[in-house]
Design a protein around this ligand. Structure first.
Ligand SMILES: Cc1cc2nc3c(=O)[nH]c(=O)nc-3n(C[C@H](O)[C@H](O)[C@H](O)COP(=O)(O)OP(=O)(O)OC[C@H]3O[C@@H](n4cnc5c(N)ncnc54)[C@H](O)[C@@H]3O)c2cc1C
Length: 287
């Protein structure tokens, strides 16, 4: 399978990439790791006339602490996230999530920003970014803005990013001292993508009850989402409430059904993995 012909442009800076986006308009696509876009081009599901390569821009790459937050450049690869000591210590579920994406080759090329911008309903990162309350930084020629992960995923392969905007970074507050978190997924056996993936972060009070709970879910519906019905069902409660609360993950959910899993199976997976994720996050928390 070969893609339709296209012109390749290597941007020297975010500024130049933004200018090219304006110049080529709807005929252009950004290229980061190429591990979602190139397969789509080969299947002729995407036929951009111009590819603007931002994958090797240093200003989009790397992991740093900035004003109490951890900032990860959009072009940072899954492998860099997986192996970062800072991410492992302060954003554990994100490192765990990165380690479960595809295989070594995918993790060496694919990027955090590319995965979030692509918004595949079975992608892993969105669940972890939601549970860690990440913020997506967007830049356009008219300025920059920040969108909370909770408002970033709009629908199937659709995000809050507008034409002419580039995802430049994702920032996170570190997990609070004593808080616990985890990412778990049920793999689609052939592709390794998430049939369902659930990330949970929890903080417990002195009595061992839930002080804060955030649950991010991917794979179940057309877009990744925060399971707020689960979170509110657990507020102030103890671990004996987990199973009942986890069942709320499917409240109002329009579960996907395809050749890999029926909506009923995906819903059951979501309930089971939500329970397990909260149990494991609580076991890792101090309280
Ligand atoms: C064999 C295989 C197995 C995989 N398994 C998994 C898996 O288990 N779990 C999983 O989550 N993913 C999996 N993936 C997908 C992989 O993680 C991709 O790398 C990722 O989804 C996209 O990142 P990318 O950098 O490759 O983006 P690209 O493919 O370069 O781009 C994807 C889309 O995002 C846009 N884009 C890219 N960067 C930006 C940016 N900074 N700002 C705005 N728009 C941007 C592009 O224009 C394009 O539309 C797999 C892929 C393959 C090929």
């Amino acid at each position: 399978m070969f893609p339709a012909s296209f012109e390749y442009h290597r941007a020297a800076s975010v500024k130049e990439a933004l200018s090219m986006l304006r110049q080529f308009g709807d005929d252009a696509k950004l290229l980061a790791g190429g591990h979602s876009l190139v397969p789509m081009m080969k299947m002729r599901l995407a036929t951009p006339a111009h590819l603007i390569d931002i994958g090797s821009l240093r200003e989009l790459s790397g992991i740093r602490e900035e004003g109490g937050k951890i900032v990860i450049g959009a072009a940072t690869t899954h492998a860099e996230v997986e192996t970062s000591d800072l991410v492992r210590r302060k954003l554990g579920p994100l490192a765990e999530c990165a380690a479960l994406i595809g295989d070594v080759q995918v993790r060496n090329r694919g990027t955090l920003g590319g995965s979030l911008a692509h918004a595949d309903p079975a992608a892993d990162y969105p669940a972890a970014v939601l549970a860690l309350d990440g913020e997506v930084r967007l830049e356009s020629e008219s300025g920059s803005r920040t969108v909370k992960a909770d408002g970033f995923f709009i629908d199937l392969m659709t995000t809050a990013a507008q034409p002419g905007e580039i995802v430049t970074a994702v920032s996170f507050a570190p997990l609070a001292e004593g808080a616990g978190g985890v990412y778990l997924k049920h793999r689609q056996p052939a592709s390794g993508f998430a049939l369902v993936g659930v990330a949970a972060t929890v903080a417990l009070d002195g009595k061992g009850n839930f002080k804060t709970v955030r649950v991010g879910v991917t794979g179940l519906c057309a877009k990744a989402f925060r399971a707020k019905a689960v979170e509110s069902a657990l507020a102030g409660k103890g671990r004996d409430a987990i199973a009942q609360a986890a069942a709320h993950v499917t409240d109002g959910a329009d579960a996907l059904s395809d050749i890999h899993a029926s909506s009923e199976f995906r819903s059951e997976l979501a309930r089971v993995y939500t329970r397990r994720a909260i149990e494991q996050a609580a076991a890792r928390a101090k309280g």
